[in-house]
Ligand binder design. Structure first.
Ligand SMILES: [Zn+2]
Length: 134
């Protein structure tokens, strides 16, 4: 059975010189990459992350690719694998090593004003359009 992962990224973050078990680093990197990719996509629209599903049902690697939706208003990312149904929710990624959003987007995100939120949505959408043309 697929699992539902509830992940708070601050629990996975570490310092560069910190000694982290490879297993933990691997799973942190997996969820982290979902965060990094999802933050590039416009809020509220389900998008492809390009990240290969990590599950191996019956020791055979799942062929699925993770899809995700960023919910900017509640700062939550929902993700799932279309093939095996593995799914999860990620929160509290702000300021972690995987939060690679541009500085001006971070500033706008800090405004809790609806106008800031609207600007963010527009910028996000423009970046997404630009990216999909490349
Ligand atoms: Zn899968």
């Amino acid at each position: 059975m697929p699992d539902t992962w509830i992940t708070k990224m601050i629990h996975f973050d570490y310092k560069d010189d910190e000694d982290i078990p490879a297993r933990v680093k691997k799973i942190a990197g997996y969820f982290g990459s979902i965060v990094t990719q999802s933050l590039k996509n416009p809020s509220g629209i389900e998008s492809n992350t390009g990240i290969q599903c990590r599950r191996r049902p019956g020791r055979i690697p799942c062929t699925g690719v993770i899809r995700s939706t960023l919910f900017e208003d509640v700062l939550e990312i929902k993700w799932y694998c279309l093939v095996c149904g593995d799914e999860g929710r990620i929160t509290e990624w702000e300021g972690t090593r995987w939060d690679k959003s541009l500085i001006f987007i971070k500033i706008i995100r800090m405004w809790s004003m609806p106008s800031g939120f609207l600007i963010l949505k527009v910028l996000n959408l423009l970046m997404w359009i630009k990216k999909s043309r490349n």
